[in-house]
Design a binder for this molecule. Structure first.
Ligand code: ZN
Ligand code: ZN
Length: 803
């Protein structure tokens, strides 16, 4: 009897794969493949943690098979390559899903519902689809330890994150500032840029030209022509479409290089209606004459560069705002000023614009926030206290008119963002926020990036490198509920600030017991003693950005530095390899580098492969709302995991987008999988008839027929090329070389040409040569192909070698 099992001509790949899955489970093949290599050189991988509150989609499957290929390959090359799964469990996306279920969408409603109950729901929801994730992971053949994953909401994980934040705090890199964010005043929620993009509408807003009166003493500093030395008041003319923001005005910005003019303008009848205005010369026509019902008589008195206007002071329009931390009501120079619209003089309110905020911060100007979290004016803005800002526009315009400082009023059509959930106009709004001073670590980030190999290489100095060059401070805090609580306590009496770095420390300083669960709302109740004044310290209510959680994975997954010894962390740092989709350049790829640079000043990974996205067959990004997401399970059940994997590997360079097509997968099955199977089937059919056994025969390759020597030489070439290609993550090159070899060299050429040699009924040396050659080629192919298509190769290998 033959040592080989007979095979069907047409295999059922899906059933074959299920058999192999059962075999792997039974024999613990994955676990053993890792354990057997313990003590060898380590290949460290970090799993970018997904969130299991939604179903895995084709993009997740793509990253999973890419990870698997590299890890199987490295294992086969002899490396000890343990891999541990992880789950990202905090953050706004989790909260939003729960809000939807509860039918609520404001922070107030969450508080009414109860933070405790709300967070419990968040916690439950993050593993809602764990089973589907585990199943899909197993089904696609991604070998990873899903039994003991790291989970970002665990106390041990949070404690490590706290430890790291304390390190950052002790170095003075954690500070409180303001961040201007798009904010829905009704939902009381910050919106992500993605959410903002969903809600643009064309609206008509007021468009007003406002006169800011130059201070007398300031005026006299300037070189001036004799004609302006008179009693006529001098004004800067600025334009805005958001009159309500004038309450928060701190400065006026001009471009240092543009030419500005001082013009005498007659605004109406009579002698006392003259004023002198300053504006950009290039805007004169638009502002003072053309396209308007009204044309103004004006006379240019002076020309000068914008830079000469710097530091000139003007009278505040309103006196309501409480201004803190610096000078105000003066002209500054700024390169972002343009001559496309307005007057070339830009009204600056740091509370209501990101650019405004930055320019004030850099210029050491003051800050004022006259608006509360519901978008209403605060008490200090007496006549408008409690009024929603957009409703105040008309009142403010009326005041300006009465005081004679409204130069001109029009209407303006433009596109403005609204809340996609409730339809309220969004406000750009400065919120108190805690920051990590990443901009001060810029050089370290860049130096650490130098030590990282990027695939594709252009990302290193391109998309990622540019991002680092212009890095801004990391706005870390979120005024939300479900996240790692920010570990900062502030004294209600003296304002002292303290960052708690461990549970032990929390216990030592807390008045009263420390909760078992470190999340809100329990942690909010923990009051510390102030070492400065003996007063009570309360925790800042915020939680932190969940990107900081996942960025801490290299150490927090090992509960570093709290576990004794901490060999786990040291042995696994830095990682040799990570891979995720391209959108992670500003996500996880960055947050890993940022946290690691701030804590250890080292790169957290040495090789990073950035993957393309999966588009539908029309080239549109797959998304739930578009209804074009492919059902991955249907593909597993119809075509099998190998065909899907092979499709992903051969579709194109891994860093480019893939236009997903089910037909493409079917064609892979036809072309490649069947060619491979048929070659194997051919061998098995005749080997069983002839009772061929590879162990009985030994014929050196040089004594075989030329065609045998040719196919073996081709295989050796492919072997080298495939290894070289995988080493540089040119996965598609490796896969295509293998496909070409199987379909053309082996199936279409070697087997077709050699068929007759197998048909000879009696034993003869040439037939033995053919058998041996085909056998050796198939066994080697199984090994070369194993990282790509692990099921069919395992199956064939079992029969050829183990059988
Ligand atoms: Zn809203
Ligand atoms: Zn105190």
């Amino acid at each position: 009897m033959s040592q080989f099992r007979k095979e069907a001509q047409r295999p059922n790949f899906v059933r074959l794969e299920e058999e192999i899955l059962a075999l792997w489970d039974r024999e613990k093949t994955f676990e053993r493949s890792v354990e057997q290599r313990k003590g060898r050189e380590k290949f460290v991988f970090i799993e970018g943690p997904p969130t299991a509150n939604g179903l895995p989609h084709p993009g997740h499957i793509l990253t999973r098979v890419m990870k698997d290929l590299v890890l199987r390959y490295k294992t086969m090359r002899g490396f000890y390559a343990p891999r541990r799964a992880g789950w990202d469990t905090h953050g706004l996306p989790v909260e939003i899903e729960v809000e939807k279920e509860l039918g609520i969408n404001t922070k107030g409603e969450i508080e009414e519902f109860g933070i405790e109950k709300f967070n419990r729901r968040c916690r439950d929801s993050v593993f809602r689809y764990e089973k589907e994730w585990v199943n899909a992971t197993r089904r696609v053949g991604f070998w990873i330890d899903m039994d003991s994953p790291y989970i970002t909401f665990k106390n041990t994980y949070i404690e490590s994150v706290w430890w790291s934040l304390k390190e950052i705090w002790m170095r003075g890199l954690l500070y409180k500032g303001y961040k201007v964010v798009p904010f829905c005043p009704r939902c009381e929620t910050t919106l992500s840029s993605h959410e903002v993009a969903q809600g643009y509408r064309d609206v008509e807003d007021p468009s007003i030209y406002v006169k800011f009166r130059v201070k007398r003493e300031s005026q006299s500093h300037q070189s001036q022509s004799s004609s302006s030395v008179d009693a006529t008041p001098v004004y800067f003319l600025a334009w805005t479409t958001t009159p309500w923001t004038l309450i928060g005005n701190i400065a006026l910005a001009v471009h240092p290089q543009y030419t500005y003019v001082k013009v005498r303008v007659k605004e109406g009848e009579g002698d006392n209606n003259e004023s002198i205005l300053i504006l950009a010369e290039a805007r004169l026509d638009d502002v003072l004459s053309s396209n308007e019902q009204h044309e103004y008589d004006y006379e240019i008195l002076e020309r000068f560069k914008g830079e000469t206007l710097a530091d000139i002071e003007y009278e505040p329009l309103f006196e309501y705002a409480k201004i803190s931390g610096g000078a105000s009501h003066r002209v500054i120079n700024a390169d972002f000023v343009t001559l496309d619209e307005g007057t070339g003089i830009v009204h600056i309110a740091p509370a209501f614009g990101e650019v405004d905020y930055e320019v004030c911060r850099k210029g050491n100007l003051g800050f004022t926030q006259p608006v509360d979290t519901k978008g209403r004016f605060k008490e200090e803005v007496t006549p408008l206290a409690g009024v929603f800002v957009k409703d105040a526009d008309n009142t403010i315009i009326e005041w300006l008119k009465q005081r004679g400082i409204l130069f001109k009023e029009m209407r303006y059509m433009h596109s403005y963002p609204f809340c996609w959930r409730c339809g309220s106009p969004l406000l750009y709004y400065a919120r108190e926020s805690w920051f990590i001073a990443m901009s001060s670590l810029r050089d370290n980030l860049i130096a650490n990036n130098e030590k990282i190999r990027w695939y594709p290489a252009h990302l290193k100095y391109g998309r990622f490198g540019n991002f680092l060059e212009n890095i801004e401070d990391w706005a870390l805090s979120r005024e939300r509920f479900w996240g790692t609580p920010l570990n900062i306590w502030i004294c209600s009496s003296c304002g002292a600030e303290y960052c708690v770095g461990s549970i032990k420390e929390l216990r030592e300083r807390a008045e009263g017991p420390v909760p078992d669960d470190l999340h809100r709302p329990y942690i909010d109740a923990v009051v510390l003693r102030c070492e400065n004044c003996g007063g009570k310290m309360k925790r800042v209510k915020d939680v932190i950005d969940c990107w900081y959680d996942s960025g801490s994975a290299p150490f927090a997954q090992w509960h570093y530095p709290f576990e004794t010894g901490n060999e786990d962390f040291r042995e696994n740092y830095p990682a040799d390899f990570i891979t995720e989709a391209i959108d992670q350049t500003r996500g996880w790829f960055y947050s890993l580098l940022a946290v690691s640079t701030a804590i250890f000043d080292e790169p957290p990974y040495l090789n990073v492969l950035s993957l393309g996205h999966i588009l539908d067959d029309k080239g549109v990004k797959m998304s739930k709302s578009k209804g074009n997401v492919v059902d991955i399970n249907a593909i597993f059940n119809k075509e099998g995991a190998d065909a899907l994997r092979w499709y992903f590997f051969t579709a194109g360079p891994p860093y480019e987008d893939i236009r997903f097509s089910e037909r493409g997968i079917m064609e892979k099955n036809k072309r490649f999988m069947n060619a491979f199977w048929n070659s194997y089937f051919f061998f098995i059919t005749y080997a069983t008839i002839d009772n061929f056994s590879p162990c009985d025969k030994e014929i050196p390759v040089e004594n075989r027929a030329p065609i045998d020597r040719w196919i073996i030489s081709r295989l050796n070439r492919v072997n080298k090329d495939v290894i070289a290609a995988i080493e540089s993550f040119d996965i598609h090159v490796a896969a295509r070389k293998l496909e070409d070899f199987v379909v053309n060299d082996l199936s279409n050429w070697y087997i077709r040409r050699s068929r007759r040699r197998f048909w000879v009924p009696e034993d003869n040396p040439d037939k033995d040569c053919a058998y041996l050659t085909l056998y050796e080629v198939l066994v080697t192919l199984c090994k070369l192909l194993a990282p790509f298509v692990p099921f069919i190769t395992e199956y064939i290998y079992q029969n050829l070698v183990r059988g």
